[in-house]
Design a protein around this ligand. Structure first.
Ligand code: COI
Length: 356
């Protein structure tokens, strides 16, 4: 592994005073990690430098054809003041899978992980202390060739920036309302749905905007073929509780294989819940809410953690779930997952990397 060089920022930024106002992804730390790729040479020049603007040629491929992929992982502060990462190697492995679909090079995951460790250690004072806050880490890979032909690039840039964050939704753990999108679709089988490519998120913004204007926090996407089956919420995977049985849409190539989703399914089984991954028709879910068989709905994601869903709107049907309150299954999974992430609960699955 090529050694990582470090250039420190001559002046450090002021850190946010009021951690209750952090929100999500608006403030960035003092440094960032970069490394370059060239065909025939591989990844080279891993470096930490002061957080700064990029200079880009207006003909850079990424600006025209969106060859860009990203990840989201977090660093948590324990009660004893130490800091730790949660399964970051899973994010880097997923980035390599996204890269393959987008005709981008496999990441040098070992150097990327070392870069993240060193970057977080250098900017460790930015990991916030208040309950529910964390340092969000955003690894990103973009193509850098300068041409307008629609071809794979020969050059790429990998970079990592970091942002101290509070909760993704402004009301924290309060259940959100979700709008079931039955016009636009997010992904189709054979497409890029299972990747974290920028285009998936770009294509979701219009539907998200329409849902927000109707008073909903996010959209729930249905499958791109029949628009009958539940996929995901763009920034979250969806899970449903039927008493002590947890059901979630199975991974089918158009859903993001969430690392929080995977962790929750493992924890749920360990806690004694029954877990089922299957194709879930939206009509059945609405029937099950009406009959009372479906007791809770919640989303999972790195940014969103576990986010209860209190209301679902599908066409002219609007249903409330669990009286619009967080239920016992989501609460228990939230306490267990965040307990491990913040070091309050023993990490028997070996998911944590302690940095200090
Ligand atoms: C994450 O949960 O880390 C995500 O990437 C979702 C997001 C687009 C904010």
């Amino acid at each position: 592994m090529e050694p990582i060089t470090i250039t420190r920022a001559p002046v450090l930024k002021e850190k946010p005073q009021d951690e209750s106002k952090l929100g999500f992804g608006r403030i960035f730390t003092d440094h960032m990690f970069l490394m370059n790729y060239e065909e025939g040479r591989g990844w080279f020049n891993p470096r930490i430098v002061p957080y700064q603007d990029f200079h880009m040629d207006p003909a850079s491929v990424v600006l025209h054809y969106g060859q860009a992929i990203f990840e989201g992982t977090k660093c948590y502060r324990r009660e004893d003041g130490g800091i730790q990462l949660f399964r970051p190697e899973q994010n880097l492995a997923r980035m390599t899978r996204s890269a393959q679909r987008m005709c981008m090079p496999a990441l040098d995951e070992e150097t990327a992980l070392e870069g993240i460790r060193e970057l977080v250690l250098l900017d460790q004072d930015w990991v916030p202390h208040s309950p529910g806050t964390s340092l969000y880490i955003r690894p990103t890979m973009i193509s850098q060739d300068i041409h307008l032909g629609v071809h794979a690039s020969r050059t790429y840039l990998f970079f990592v920036i970091m942002s101290p964050v509070g909760s993704y939704y402004k009301d924290g753990l309060k259940p959100v309302g979700i709008y079931v999108e039955d016009n636009y679709v997010r992904a189709v089988r054979g497409g890029t749905g299972f990747t974290k490519c920028a285009g998936n998120y770009a294509a979701s913004i219009l539907a998200g905007d329409i849902a927000e204007k109707k008073g909903y926090s996010q959209v729930l996407w249905l499958d791109g073929v029949e628009q009958k089956y539940i996929e995901e919420v763009g920034s979250m995977n969806m899970l449903f509780a039927y008493g002590n049985r947890i059901v979630t849409p199975m991974l089918n190539g158009s859903i993001l294989p969430g690392i929080t989703r995977d962790s929750i399914l493992i924890l749920a089984r360990q806690l004694g819940y029954e877990v089922e991954e299957k194709r879930m028709a939206i009509a059945d879910v609405f029937d099950d809410i009406r009959s009372g068989a479906l007791t809770e709905a919640f989303g999972s994601g790195t940014a969103a953690v576990i986010s209860p869903v209190g209301e679902l709107c599908w066409g002219d049907q609007v249903l409330t779930i669990n009286n619009g309150e967080i239920g016992p299954v989501a609460s228990r999974l939230y306490e267990t997952l965040t307990g491990i992430q913040y070091g309050r609960i023993e990490d028997t699955n070996h998911w944590i990397i302690k940095l200090t």
